[in-house]
Design a protein around this ligand. Structure first.
Ligand SMILES: [Zn+2]
Ligand SMILES: [Zn+2]
Length: 73
């Protein structure tokens, strides 16, 4: 399997271990990251942690997102 970018949100360095780049992998090994091995959203190119089922909060379903937006606005 080819290694993608670091799975930490917002980081675009190449992953070297556990899905993290060198810098974040070192952080993860020291326990500096809140969740070391969370599963990520199955949506293409999305590396956010799963919220419900196999998707993140953003991709898990329109009904929930619409309800959230309606409540926010
Ligand atoms: Zn990183
Ligand atoms: Zn997602």
């Amino acid at each position: 399997m080819p290694k993608g970018p670091c799975k930490l949100e917002g980081c675009e360095r190449a992953a070297v271990g556990k899905g993290y780049c060198t810098r974040h992998y070192r952080q993860w090994r020291r326990g500096g990251l809140p969740k070391g091995r969370y599963k990520t959203c199955t949506h293409e190119a999305c590396h956010k942690p799963r919220s419900l089922g196999s998707k993140c909060e953003e991709h898990r379903g329109k009904s929930a997102a619409v309800a959230g937006e309606a409540a926010a606005s």
